[in-house]
Design a protein around this ligand. Structure first.
Ligand code: NAI
Ligand code: MG
Length: 330
């Protein structure tokens, strides 16, 4: 197995190194190949997402990404994450939220947010009119992308215990765009006989997530709504220090912690590696190593339970110590 390792900027390289150690300790046999991404890559090569990096992702079975720094106002700087998503059509953004044994987690939650990652309000189609006093962003919804993401969500749900899909939209107001998303989503979901299917308006969903988070299983929604709901949901289960994610497409799969490059603590050994380690567990799931993935998740839970974690989670360990706490349990 070939893994592309994209450390990126700030604490990115620190937490991906920790995740690699854990993958090794899980007994997975793999060849890592490091590649550059982010602001550091831009400073060295003039590209935030160099062609060599795209080629390395293409060669790999999966990629592990740390984080990138967004530099303030450099003309012509393009977000490497957006470039990567476009280049590999990473259409599904997956954010599992699972209760772990830690005081920052509400109990009994096991849900996954599946977010459409290529269109919606992040279509990139923007313009100004009226001498700059009116700004317009087009919200693009297509049947093809809606079908693809809902199918993906239903396939996920099929393999889970609760087998439930919640379709989230705002079709009562966004009558055309979310009208289409809703119609297509219901059509696709009803083609899966074993699934429980429900729909929720996005603002109601935001409330219900806080009120009754344990009722949710798989949530599927459009780009912006998924972005916001997934940040909300991750705060129910420990927040940035634990939140993991996957970006999946037909030809590539990239796994990354939700947090950014945390320049305020970079290079000080303070970074909590658990979000990156949990992203590596998602990678294991993806490459058909579900048993190893479960062992990694159990080791993370064990470390949390023992309080063998970094200060952001109330522990006293540094990055290396918190990584060892997981490795030793494997
Ligand atoms: P951030 O997630 O990097 O940091 C927010 C706060 O959480 C900071 O106080 C940081 O020290 C702390 N934190 C984050 N991850 C941590 C970890 N693993 N262990 C301990 N503490 C942690 O978000 P912020 O500060 O808004 O952005 C910093 C840079 O990261 C920016 O350039 C931003 O554009 C970029 N960013 C990149 C993302 C990505 O690569 N996908 C996602 C979010 C932000
Ligand atoms: Mg976000």
């Amino acid at each position: 197995m070939r893994l592309c390792v994209l450390g990126g900027d700030g604490i990115g390289p620190e937490v991906t190194a920790a995740a690699l150690e854990v993958l090794q300790a899980s007994g997975l046999e793999f060849t890592p190949e490091a590649a550059q991404i982010g602001f550091g890559a831009y400073e060295q090569t003039g590209q935030s997402f160099p062609d060599a990096t795209a080629a390395a992702i293409e060669r790999a079975d999966a990629a592990l990404l740390g984080a990138v720094t967004t530099p303030p106002g450099i003309k012509g700087y393009r977000s490497p994450i957006l470039q990567m998503r476009q280049r590999f059509a990473l259409y599904a953004n997956l954010r599992p939220c699972l209760s772990l044994p830690h005081e920052s987690c509400r109990p009994g939650i096991d849900l996954v947010i599946v977010r459409e990652n290529t269109e919606g309000l992040y279509s990139g189609r923007e313009r100004v009119e009226d001498g700059g006093d009116t700004a317009i962003t087009e919200r693009v919804i297509t049947r093809a992308a809606s079908e693809r993401i809902v199918r993906f969500a239903c396939e996920r749900a099929r393999g889970r215990l609760a087998r439930k899909v919640t379709i989230v939209h705002k079709a009562n107001v966004l009558r055309e765009s979310d009208g289409l998303f809703r119609r297509v989503a219901l059509e696709v979901a009803h083609g899966y006989p074993g699934l429980e299917v429900e729909e929720l308006i996005v603002d109601a969903c935001a409330m219900h997530l806080l009120k009754r988070p344990t009722d949710f299983d798989v949530i599927v929604t459009t780009n912006l709504f998924g972005d916001i709901l997934s940040d909300e949901a991750c705060m129910l289960v420990g927040g940035l220090g634990l939140a993991c994610s996957a970006n999946l497409g037909e030809s590539a799969a990239v796994f990354e912690p939700v947090h950014g490059s945390a320049p305020d603590i970079a290079g000080q050994g303070k970074a909590n590696p658990l979000a990156a380690i949990r992203s590596a567990a998602l990678l294991l799931d993806h490459v058909g190593e579900a048993e190893r993935a479960e062992r990694v998740r159990a080791a993370v839970a064990g470390a949390l339970e023992a309080g063998e974690v970094t200060p952001d989670l109330g522990g006293a360990l540094d990055t290396a110590g918190a990584t060892q706490a997981v490795v030793s349990r494997l």
